[in-house]
Design a binder for this molecule. Structure first.
Ligand code: PRP
Ligand code: URA
Length: 209
C-alpha cells in the first residue's frame, strides 16, 4: 500500500483557506483550484525517472538531466476535475488528457457513469486521476477501475480535499494507487458532503448554483 501524501506546504495551505471561504467567487475559485493542482503535481511527479544528457550552455559543455521514458496522462473526473487540468498541464505540457464523466446520484450518492474518452495509448502511460473532492470515494474508485480495465498499471489519484471515509475506501479498493491531497478533513455529513470541506466543487467552479 502506498502511503497517502497530504501536503503541508504553506502556499497550499494558504490557497486552500481562500478556496474554502464561502465568499470566494467563481473566478478566484477556479484560479485557486488550478494553482493548488499545479503545486500538488510537483509532488506527484517527484519520482519521474531522469536520464543524463549533454548540452552546451553559453559558457561550457554540461552533463545535465531530462525526464526520461515514462509518459504521463491526466484524467479529470467530470465536471469538477476539469478545474485541475490547466494547473497540471502548466507543469507537464506534453501529457495527454483523457476524460471520465461520473456524477453522484443525489439520492443514493453512488457514482453514475456518463462519459469515457481516454488516449488510445493510455496503457503505455502513467496516469494521474484528478478530482478536487474525495468524499465517499465511490467516484474515484470507479474511475480508477475503468482506467485499470484499459490495461494501465501505474495510477495516482490527486485531489484537493479528502474525507477519511473516502480515503480509507479508496486505499482498500486500490491499494496500489497513491493519493496526493492538500487536506484530509474531519468527516462526511449525512448528505455525504465533506465537513468542513468547501461545498460543491463543480458548482463553485462553474457557477451553477
Ligand atoms: C463530486 C466530486 C467528485 C464526487 C466525490 O462530483 O467532484 O467527483 O462528487 O464524491 P464521492 O467521493 O462520494 O464519489 P459530483 O458528483 O457532484 O459531480 P460534478 O463534478 O459534475 O458536480
Ligand atoms: N462533492 C463535492 O463537490 N463536495 C463534497 O463535499 C462532496 C462531494
Amino acid at each position: 500500500m502506498s502511503k497517502p501524501f497530504i501536503a503541508d506546504h504553506p502556499l497550499i495551505q494558504h490557497k486552500l483557506t481562500l478556496l474554502r471561504d464561502k465568499n470566494t467567487g467563481a473566478k478566484e475559485f477556479r484560479e485557486l483550484v488550478a494553482e493548488i493542482a499545479m503545486l500538488l503535481c510537483y509532488e506527484a511527479t517527484r519520482d519521474l525517472p531522469l536520464k543524463e544528457v549533454e548540452i552546451e550552455t553559453p559558457m561550457a559543455f554540461a552533463k545535465t538531466k531530462v525526464i526520461s521514458g515514462r509518459k504521463l496522462a491526466f484524467v479529470p473526473i467530470l465536471r469538477a476535475g476539469i478545474g485541475m487540468v490547466d494547473g497540471v498541464l502548466e507543469m507537464v505540457p506534453a501529457a495527454k488528457v483523457g476524460h471520465i464523466g461520473l456524477y453522484r446520484d443525489h439520492v443514493t450518492c453512488q457514482p453514475v457513469e456518463y462519459y469515457c474518452k481516454l488516449p488510445s495509448d493510455i496503457h503505455e502511460r502513467e496516469v494521474i486521476v484528478l478530482d478536487p473532492m474525495l468524499a465517499t470515494g465511490g467516484s474515484a474508485i470507479d474511475a480508477i477501475r475503468m482506467i485499470k480495465e484499459k490495461g494501465v498499471t501505474n495510477i495516482k489519484f490527486m485531489c484537493i480535499i479528502a474525507a477519511p471515509e473516502g480515503l480509507n475506501a479508496l486505499v482498500e479498493a486500490h491499494p496500489d494507487v497513491q493519493v496526493f491531497c492538500a487536506a484530509l478533513d474531519e468527516k462526511l455529513n449525512e448528505n455525504k458532503y465533506i465537513i468542513p470541506g468547501l461545498g460543491d466543487a463543480g458548482d463553485r467552479i462553474f457557477g451553477t448554483k
